[in-house]
Design a binder for this molecule. Structure first.
Ligand SMILES: Cc1ncc(COP(=O)(O)O)c(C=O)c1O
Length: 380
């Protein structure tokens, strides 16, 4: 194969594992293989590595390390948070409030609870892709067991008013969960500023491996055990810890904290804006979704008129990006987020989801813009 490598602009789907993360994990596959629950010195050193990783993840989200529990990733954390809250309230509170733009890990969990008697309420979003607080005031009440609203949307990047939702939820005694899978590592996240009880972290969205994540559980929140067995993770999620993956997530959390404190985020947002400008200027009638709202600096949800996202990307073999809800499965389904925003179906079909990473360069962005614009012009 000749020619330049494809431009990867699908970092919201997943990130590569950072080489420094791979290096940090290295010894824990081989010589440091010991079970962290064993009693001898070598195992105690492995336990210390697990706890150092916990401290690093906690620091990234402004949490007490005691509140960080390892999971297999975002989906598991979301399932546990919502099911755990439902189990705690066990018939005493029957309402589960989510937003209309949640990832299926939340939406499908809530839908499953509906079959078990929950009254699932989906908070609407406005035309900019942000949850409507007026609706939240009305719909979050004393019947509510849990409110689960994502911090940043995976499709269009809009940042949700989680702190305000949490205030409302707390005023009526409900638990608050936020799926921060897309936010952690891309923007500052602080569990106390947000006022949440539960928060989801997904490793592979922040340059850690797939198969590791965390659920933040505010100390004192009586969330029941998720996996029972040998009592690891304070009895909350039993099973021998995947030490290399945990060490990897810890290393990724440290890198993310450094990146957030440096010039990276502003540089990334400037590149995203450059791409956005080009795609709006060169393609008549093109749309960018969520642009009027606070938005992740790496995300660009764009549509060209008369195209489906899949057809446009098929015409751009040098770009790796997402369409509709493609990351959820093989079928091409329209974006639930755009639907909730009231975007007409024929416009929503055009969605191309572009998301930048830490190493995305100006050249990457320019090559992607050129390819997309050329493809559109060739046909029109
Ligand atoms: C907002 C959001 N929540 C949850 C998930 C699921 O995370 P994981 O793939 O780690 O299970 C994703 C991944 O696409 C996501 O974007």
């Amino acid at each position: 194969m000749n020619g330049p490598a494809p431009v990867y602009l699908d970092y919201n789907a997943t990130t590569p594992v950072d080489p420094a993360v791979v290096a940090a994990m290295g010894p824990y596959w081989t010589e440091q293989f010991f079970n962290p629950s064993s009693g001898y010195a070598e195992a105690r050193a492995v336990r210390e590595a697990v706890e150092a990783a916990r401290t690093a993840v906690a620091a990234l989200i402004g949490a007490d390390p005691e509140g960080v529990v390892w999971t297999s990733g975002g989906t598991e954390s979301d399932n546990w948070a919502i099911r755990g809250a439902w189990a705690y309230w066990s018939g005493r509170r029957t309402r589960v409030v989510i937003s209309a733009i949640e990832h299926p890990a939340v939406a499908e969990t809530a839908a499953a609870l509906a079959a078990e008697g929950a009254e699932v309420v989906r908070l609407p979003v406005d035309a900019t892709g942000v949850v409507r607080l007026d609706a939240a005031e009305r719909l979050i009440d004393e019947r509510t067991a849990v409110v689960s609203v994502m911090l940043a949307n995976n499709e269009i990047g809009t940042i949700q008013p989680v702190a305000a939702l949490a205030r409302r939820a707390r005023a009526v005694g409900a638990w608050v969960h936020t799926d921060a899978a897309q936010a952690v590592g891309k923007m500052p996240v602080d569990v106390d500023a947000l006022g949440v009880d539960l928060l989801t972290v997904a490793g592979h969205k922040l340059y850690a491996p797939k198969g590791i994540g965390a659920l933040y559980v505010r100390p004192g929140v009586p969330l029941g055990p998720w996996v029972r067995g040998g009592g690891q993770e304070g009895g909350r999620r039993s099973g021998t810890e995947p030490v290399p993956l945990i060490v990897g997530l810890g290393a990724a959390a440290r890198l993310a904290q450094e990146w957030l404190a440096g010039p990276g985020p502003a540089r990334q947002a400037a590149l995203r804006d450059r791409l956005e400008r080009r795609l709006l200027e060169a393609v008549e009638g093109a749309r960018v979704f969520g642009r009027e709202a606070p938005r992740l600096g790496n995300t660009l949800a764009w549509a060209a008129p008369g195209w489906t996202g899949a057809a446009l990307l098929a015409a751009c073999p040098g770009i790796r990006a997402g369409t509709g809800a493609a990351c959820h499965g093989p079928a091409e389904s329209p974006s639930a987020t755009l639907e909730a925003m009231g975007v007409p179906r024929e416009v929503a079909r055009g969605l191309v989801r572009l998301s930048l990473g830490r190493s995305t360069s100006e050249d990457d962005v320019d090559r992607a813009a050129e390819a997309l614009v050329l493809a559109v012009r060739r046909r029109t």
